[in-house]
Ligand binder design. Sequence first.
Ligand SMILES: Cc1cc2nc3c(=O)[nH]c(=O)nc-3n(C[C@H](O)[C@H](O)[C@H](O)COP(=O)(O)OP(=O)(O)OC[C@H]3O[C@@H](n4cnc5c(N)ncnc54)[C@H](O)[C@@H]3O)c2cc1C
Ligand code: SF4
Length: 480
Amino acid sequence: MSSARATIETDVCVVGAGAGGAVAAAELAEGGAKVVVLEQGPHHDADGFSARPVEMMARLYRDGGQGMTLGSPPILLPLGRGLGGTTLVNSGTCFRTPAAVLERWQREYGLRELSADVLDPCFERVEGALSVAAVTPELAGANAAVARRGAEALGWSHGYLRRNARGCVGSGVCAFGCPTSAKQHTGITYIPRAKDAGAKIITGADVRRVLVRNGRARGVEVRLQGGRHTLVNASEVIVAAGTIHTPLLLQRSGLGGDSGQLGHNLALHPATAAFARMEEVVDMARGVPQSFYVDEFADEGIMFEGVAGPPSYVAMSLPLTGARHAEAMADYRHLALFGLMVSDSSRGSVRSLAGRPLIHYDLVEADLARFRAGLARLRELFGAAGAREVHLPLPHGVVPERARARDLKLMGFHPLGTARADARATHGVVDGDLRLHGVQGVHVADGSVVPSSLGVNPQMTIMALATRLAYHLLDRPCPS
Ligand SMILES: Cc1cc2nc3c(=O)[nH]c(=O)nc-3n(C[C@H](O)[C@H](O)[C@H](O)COP(=O)(O)OP(=O)(O)OC[C@H]3O[C@@H](n4cnc5c(N)ncnc54)[C@H](O)[C@@H]3O)c2cc1C
Ligand code: SF4
């Protein structure tokens, strides 16, 4: 390091203040550890949240939310950046890790430390801290009522989603910064708790390398705002830079590469959405955008969840062009929207190209089949709800049954798995305690350790794992 001028001393250095990093930092600081949190992005103040999608995406998302994968099809991969990380811009849906997934982790990855018995108190603790509760039908709004009517008519399993919100007024812009701070993202919950417990929170801090000497963590090298480099000396380093950036940081630190798994096993839960024109007024922007789910086909890896947005968002997403687009937009108040997410078998990879992530991901045949079936069922759902027209996200004239991968318009909201946990050092990057194989004192606590697709939204899984890690390091059981 050429220009180091100062050194910060601490017990634990946490890299990244999103779902995993913020939770680990608060629990450790409250448990008595001296903690420093280094977050590359800024602190975002809700007073400046305008609810205008384009403006807010430029401010809250990394690269304005325009990150893409290479492959067939290319997939838009938005990430948050700042205190709260991606929880700042997420929809607030809260699912625990399904029991079948935890059993699979034991069976296939030997992760005995991450059993339901161990994680249950951690889930309870996170849910309590974030006021997790089911959305009420009133707050869910008319967009959810459309999906509910369709699911009831078809006899499909469904329900209102659980969310981390308190005092939500249903303003419909969760993905663009909650203007009322109702959404309990980690930037306004765990980060203030960490600070109150004495943690030092540094924003604009780009961690360049994790430093290890003689197989033990020594700290990190960080570039601060203005370009000054500093060392943070710490005997424990928790890397929580997220699924895309954690492997890059470990790679440039010369760590985690022994198994050949670092940067691989990338799952995305690829997703898409369909529109319908209804007889009734829907006004989809009124109410909680992601408030309702249909899980009838969850065992097949197909999950439907609500999504909605104001007119400017809908104008960008409507799969129509020219006069048909203009006509549908003129009828915005009658448009309904619902999402489809696939629990993927496809796996991609991330590596660094000139310091930036280069992400490859090709959709395999099994996932393409899930999208074909899922889109056909979305059409059926809207039909059963009485839709006048359904607009699937496919090129004009292409029916779901014959869609090719390149016909799909996909987004990935849940990148996971690029530093996966596996008890065997030959198969994973971290062990069941989320410790880097072969290195003392370096742990990972973010989506990258999640070894498989979950089939449900991942923030609770990541937060519960971070809670479990904190109590493991404090050497005491997690209180529920
Ligand atoms: C639009 C959208 C909606 C979503 N909705 C839901 C939902 O409803 N429910 C759900 O469960 N999940 C949802 N998710 C996903 C969920 O928010 C993420 O899975 C979760 O936040 C990931 O947590 P993480 O700790 O891995 O990373 P993040 O939360 O992304 O945090 C990583 C942090 O590390 C920082 N960082 C990166 N590199 C460095 C570095 N070198 N130095 C310092 N800091 C660094 C980043 O700036 C970032 O703040 C959604 C995601 C999106 C994009
Ligand atoms: S719907 Fe609720 S949680 Fe979402 S932005 Fe509006 S007030 Fe915040």
